[in-house]
Design a protein around this ligand. Sequence first.
Ligand SMILES: [Zn+2]
Length: 262
Amino acid sequence: MIDNNTHLQFLFNIGEKKPNSIDNSSTICPFCNTKNLTDILDREDSIILLKNKYPTLDNTLQTVIIETDDCDGNMSTYSKQYMRKLIQFGVKHWLNMENNGEFKSVVFFKNHGPYSGGTIKHPHMQIVGLKNIDYKESLKDEFFEGTVIHESDGALINLSSKPRVGFTEFNIIITDMKHVDTMADYVQIAVHFILNNFSASCGSFNLFFYHWKDNFICKAIPRYVTSPLFVGYSIPQVSNRMDKVIEKMQQLYFNGEKPLGN
Ligand SMILES: [Zn+2]
């Protein structure tokens, strides 16, 4: 028997039809072909929110945000203004779905690169309303605790001291939506760091947004093959080079500034 309150049911009959432009570069990109898009819910310039054409998860509403009309673009190279506009747009729709009363909880996330779980290369994010599952039930405060790398204007970015899955997890935290632009700036810095300055081989990351207690949190995670110790035993790992990561980030993005008290 399937427990709908703990497990999402994946619909293989729909999954089989879904194009995969990460594994197969000859697949025509469905997000470039904007004339053929259907079920568009909102748009702002080249940012488009629409229903997922291949809703593979039962008891959900799956939506997609196409971030840009540039198929080869990526979040780390958007202008600061564009990145802010994108995150404002995404967060607005995420919270609207949360408030409409149809879902037990709503997840907002992004996959980028082959190890992220993504199947379409064109830059996009996803907002998924879950009818039966509350993602908050498995959260703990400690997933978002860490050493502060930088803080300004009601927002902070830290490096997890007790990561949820393992190694490096950046948390960007605000308590009031009026600071969402600073959140966007920090998210872009985390993504830029992961793709360019973290490890030569890291081309994959995820972003996960959480509405946790009075906080709005974005977790940015570089992705590799998941550790077997986590898959088999749920034992997360933490890096012994955290100080180096923090220092490098402070030097590269914050003029070497360290937050008070660190
Ligand atoms: Zn495309």
